[in-house]
Design a protein around this ligand. Structure first.
Ligand code: KG4
Length: 337
């Protein structure tokens, strides 16, 4: 058992968590989403600056909530990648400073490993396991034969599914981030629009969400040019059926082919109501155990980074203070830094 201080700053949430002897004593998140909404997406420069402003405040709050401080810790963990380079830098510099000042080992953590291990706050992970990682920056199917072993068996060739939701929302005049508003409109609509599914019928497990965004964009432009009304609820329903159907299709086929014992959902898009329902039906329907994380651990947080660090602390997988961020760090290379 260990006492870990964890920092997450890979995108637009500044987060600090303290996980001590298996108990989550603080999980502080400062979201910048209201600032980025004005721009219709995350502005990387603005995000980095806000992380720099917020990190000390989040640390102070985590110390107050937990009754502990950096000097009580066994290690400091931080998201090293993937993510926005300037944002990652802020978190890593803060973590290095704490490590140096308090003579603590530094543990670099892969952001997606964090999303997957967030599920350990919900239940026991059973292997072989298939992780369905669906967020604003990533869309990957990750096979885990054993704890802390990650093999990417499918991934997006272009945009992430959350990015696609955000871009389609913009096309439809809905606010950023677009996932929740599209999901809400979809609940009131019918699947009446024909939106073609990219990579349909392929045997592998890759995705293409840029193609799906273009299909919606072309359809909406054609309707607008003809002066036809766009039925927002029906458009959202038609889009959501295709967007989530691609995930459920690949997850179900991969779970069968690799004979996994458990499937876990991870990342911000796992908040999607149809995805959650369809995974319940299709995966549990196959007799496979399924963990769907509660909403509090689907979005970016540092509790998930601390969870991975707990495992890496046991391995003594520590980095020198010369370690740098890696915006494109692959999950199967998480021991290389
Ligand atoms: O994991 P996350 O917080 O950010 C990344 O690390 O990338 O995920 C944010 C993404 C956004 O693109 C947002 O639109 C999407 O998750 N999202 C949803 C829903 N709620 C959030 N997408 C679909 N349906 C939702 N209900």
């Amino acid at each position: 058992m260990s006492k870990i201080l964890a920092i997450e700053s890979s995108c637009d949430e500044t987060a600090v968590a303290i996980l001590a002897e298996g108990k989550l004593l603080a999980n502080v998140i400062s979201s910048q989403v209201d600032v980025h909404r004005k721009y219709g997406g995350v502005m990387p420069e603005v995000a980095s600056r806000l992380h720099a402003e917020n990190i000390a405040v989040c640390l102070k709050e985590a110390y107050e909530k937990s009754g502990l401080s950096a000097r009580d810790m066994d290690a400091v963990a931080v998201t090293r990648g993937p993510g926005l380079i300037g944002c990652l830098h802020v978190g890593l510099q803060a973590a290095k400073t704490l490590a140096l000042a308090h003579d603590l080992p530094l543990i670099p953590v892969h952001h997606l490993a964090g999303h997957i291990y967030a599920n350990e706050y919900v239940g026991k992970l059973e292997f072989p396991l298939l992780a369905v990682v669906v967020s604003g920056g990533n869309t990957e199917l990750v096979l885990m034969d054993a704890p802390m072993s990650f093999q990417v068996i499918g991934e997006t060739k272009d945009d992430a599914v959350g990015e696609c939701y955000d871009k389609v929302a913009r096309i439809l005049g809905l606010p950023y981030p677009g996932g929740l508003p599209i999901d809400q409109h979809a609940q009131k609509g019918k699947h009446t629009y024909d939106i073609s599914e990219p990579l349909k019928g392929q045997k592998g497990y890759d995705f293409s969400y840029s193609g799906l965004k273009t299909a919606v964009s072309n359809l909406v432009n054609n309707l607008r040019m003809k002066g036809e009304e766009i039925r927002l609820d029906d458009m959202c329903r038609s889009f959501q059926d295709v967007a989530t159907g691609m995930i459920v299709d690949r997850a179900k086929r991969a779970a069968r082919e690799f004979g996994v014992r458990q499937v876990v959902l991870a990342g911000g898009v796992s908040a999607n109501s149809d995805l959650r329902r369809r995974m319940e039906e299709e995966i549990r329907g196959e007799g496979i155990d399924l963990i769907i994380p509660p909403l509090w651990c689907t979005t970016d947080n540092a509790a998930m980074i601390a969870k991975v660090a707990e495992h890496l602390y046991e391995e003594r997988l520590f980095a020198p203070l010369s370690v740098a961020v890696d915006p494109n760090w692959r999950i199967d290379k998480f021991r290389e830094f």
